[in-house]
Design a protein around this ligand. Structure first.
Ligand code: ZN
Ligand code: ZN
Length: 412
């Protein structure tokens, strides 16, 4: 095995060359080239632009390590010497600025670093490494696309899915939580049909504005009246459009909803209630035809398996010291990594990797106190999001190696 790859250089290169979801061809090529150098069996083009790399090292379980590769349509405003100035055409045909504003360049770099270290330390672990470089996380499509392209039939079924997401916690620290960790997210596009008429003649209309207004108000009772006080749900109607002019009753109203949940049963309750209310309000209004409800994006909650977290956490405690691991609480953001675990019915362990300048947190050890600082720092998806290169990369590489080895022990 040759000398270690220049992780800082790779990171800055990826950061300067971000690619939108489903367009990650340069990133995939760079990743595949390095993995081949390290001795992995590399398969590009899985689920579109995804890359799968396998390293067999004797009898033992298969362990999946995952990094997502896509960037966002955000104009970078970090002022960094390696800031992105890239523009590209998005999946809707619009020209947009592109930035690694979610830090997926950190994920790719760290997994490459871990891939090399694990390939050059084969006496310290045993089994099979299955590395997944996933496209299109930001669209909630990439994990499913790789599963649909035969990820587990072609490359084997792992015993666990391991991965990390960079976040504005102090660099050098890990945020790991057992149980629900990232919210499930559903996006609904709804069309409610009425019957258009002159604004002066409501008696011959079925007014979709009133229908939509009643629906919006009734939907507020889902969280307050149908969900237990101990469960967390967000239901936001972020868009409501109907009509063009004061004296025309339109014939349709369009609503767009986002729903965030942490539990599959709660999600089912909420989705059923939404469906019932939208159909019920349309029926009550005498709609000429039933409403159309389309789920345009769906991520399940990321639920970290209790036992799998305990097993991984013990290895982290030993490697980093328990004071560098904190419980960040549930995050209302969403991630499609959970699909990789659900599709094979295996546990998921997904942690947060600190990427913020530790100086900002000087002296703080308590997470409640840190949260106030975190709230003031640029978050993921911000044009100012700028993880510090070190100790972020070193910690992320070490976390992946440590977690992988915990699941791939040497047996004699
Ligand atoms: Zn993101
Ligand atoms: Zn992300």
């Amino acid at each position: 095995m040759g000398t270690s790859i220049d992780l800082s250089g790779i990171y800055q290169d990826l950061h300067q060359h971000p690619e939108l979801s489903l367009q990650e061809t340069r990133t995939a090529g760079l990743v595949a080239g390095h993995l081949e150098d390290f001795g992995y069996e590399v398969t590009p083009g899985v689920g579109g632009t995804g890359v799968v790399a396998v390293l067999r090292n004797g009898a033992g379980p298969v362990v999946l390590l995952r990094a997502d590769m896509d960037a966002l349509p955000v104009k970078e405003d970090t002022g960094l010497p390696y800031a992105s100035t890239v523009r590209a055409t998005d999946h809707l045909g619009y020209e947009v600025p592109v930035m690694h504003a979610c830090g997926h360049d950190v994920h790719v770099t760290c997994l490459l670093g871990a891939a090399q270290a694990l390939a050059s330390s084969k006496s310290a672990w045993q089994g099979t490494l299955l590395l997944v470089f996933q496209p299109a996380e930001e669209l909630g499509q990439g994990a499913q696309a790789m599963i649909d392209d035969g990820l587990y039939q072609r490359f084997g079924v792992p015993v666990v899915v391991l991965g990390q997401h960079v976040a504005p916690l102090p660099a050098g620290m890990i945020g790991l939580r057992a149980g629900p960790s990232f919210a499930g997210s559903d996006t609904l596009h709804v069309v409610m049909h009425g019957r258009g008429a002159h604004g002066s003649r409501p008696e011959v209309s079925v007014d979709p504005v009133v229908m939509a207004a009643a629906t919006v108000m009734r939907l507020q009772t889902v969280v307050s009246r149908e969900v237990a006080g101990t469960d967390t749900v967000v239901l936001t109607i972020g868009a409501l459009r109907a009509g063009t002019k004061e004296n025309i009753i339109p014939d349709r109203a369009d609503l767009q909803l986002t729903i965030r949940t942490f539990d599959t049963h709660v999600r089912e309750t909420v989705m059923n209630a939404i469906d019932r209310i939208i159909n019920g309000e349309a029926a009550t209004a005498g709609a000429p035809k039933p409403p159309e409800i389309e789920n345009t994006m769906s991520f399940p909650a990321v639920v970290n398996d209790l036992q799998a977290v305990a097993h991984t956490r013990a290895a982290f405690d030993e490697e980093f010291g328990a004071d560098r691991i904190l419980d960040p609480g549930p995050v209302t953001g969403s991630e499609d990594v959970g699909l990789l675990a659900m599709a094979a019915d295996i546990p998921c362990v997904y942690w947060l990797l600190g990427g913020a300048d530790p100086q900002a947190f000087a002296g703080l050890t308590d997470f409640k106190a840190m949260e106030k600082i975190v709230a003031r720092l640029p978050s993921n998806h911000s044009p100012h999001f700028a993880p510090v290169i070190e100790p972020t990369l070193h910690t992320g590489v070490t976390a992946l190696i440590t977690a992988a080895r915990a699941w791939l022990p040497v047996t004699s």
